[in-house]
Design a protein around this ligand. Sequence first.
Ligand code: ATP
Length: 442
Amino acid sequence: QFRRRNIAGLLKDRLPARVVALMREAGELADRLEVKLYVVGGIVRDLLLGIDNLDLDLVVEGNGLAFAKALARAQRGQVKVHERFGTARVTLADGFKVDVATARAEYYEYPTALPTVEQGSVKKDLYRRDFTINTLAVRLNRRQFGELIDFFGGERDLKGRTIRVLHSLSFVEDPTRVFRAIRFAVRFDFVLSRETRALIQGVVKMDLLRRLSKHRLTDELQLVLSEREPGKAIALMDELEVLACLHPDLELTPRLRTLLKATEEALDWYRLLFLDRPMESWLVYLMAMLQVLPDQAVGEVLKRIELSARQEAAVRAGRFGGHRIFRELGRRPAVSPAAVYRALSGTSDETLVFLMAKSKSEHVRRQLSAYVTTYQRMRPALKGDDLKRMGLKPGPLYRRILSKLLEARLNGVVNNEEDERALVRSLIGGRKSAVDRPEPPF
Ligand code: ATP
């Protein structure tokens, strides 16, 4: 009924030894509990593709929750059970996580048949998944350890680099799979099978994507635009007319193509500079898409999706705030660093990166770059406490002084703490009312 081959050797070669050891121990535990145990899904797919993936998803034919608890006990880990879904997450002592699910207890070949034992319920469990390449399983029980189980032609499609649904109602059942198909196709550089493509076009025609809740649409959009090559994903969404679920007028125009390329370059620049700073790069791609829509359509898209207040502010600033900023930074002779700071302070890094991509002026880009790399994080050496120690009475004056200090720092008027103290003294000179006690000697 299905192809079998043993890939225990591949597991050993490609996965860290402790993960393989864990798999073996889990398999032996399953033997003791007399249940069948499989590792399924993305990790098996990626193993065969030679891609690193350590998301251990286990499916138990039998009581998955009891198995998860026993696994946690045996491995001295913690278990968190989701009774309703029949799933559990086991967290091992070192933080490694394993997801455990219960496969349905029985599987019927056809409605009137007796439950089959051999093909067990894991087949049913796998049949509920999205694409053939995600339906591969590996048996972990000791005697069958490493046996690859392929009910639906997953290996064939991995070899043929094809994304294929399991049945024709797949996208109707769950339209978010359209986005998943696009993600996997772009991520692995796979093609959509002819039928899969036609089925996507069907749900697009039926307008099913427009019926997705805001929340789900936003989640999927974020995931698609967070893949490594969002430009390609957008091109595929355009080809399949999926972009229209955001707005009927949204399409991949030559202008958008150019902007996407520039976005990618600006993001690469940013990532190279700040490997560890968080950046919601997907928002930058969203800004690029909104850039080619008229103002009113932008509002309509923002109503279709669900962004946090911070995200929406960033997107709006990218789409609508550019003019003011470009006008300011575009002045000649160049405005001072402090003026650049004033124009950009409070702007999110996502917006800044987008402005970098959008601007065609080298002059403007240089200043954006100086802000991102230097000005943005500059602070005066003196703090409020220092002002207090200098005898200044705390109050609104502090903010004014500190901002003057920052401005002077940015413009290179002061370069060290001593300079700053001198500047403070000159700023308050003659304003005795602000000073509590006489200045201490320096
Ligand atoms: P990724 O690397 O993106 O995490 P993954 O394949 O591990 O890829 P997940 O989203 O973590 O993807 O899902 C885990 C498994 O659950 C998948 O292999 C897939 O078979 C299944 N799955 C997830 N979402 C769906 C869905 N909407 N419809 C059907 N199956 C799904």
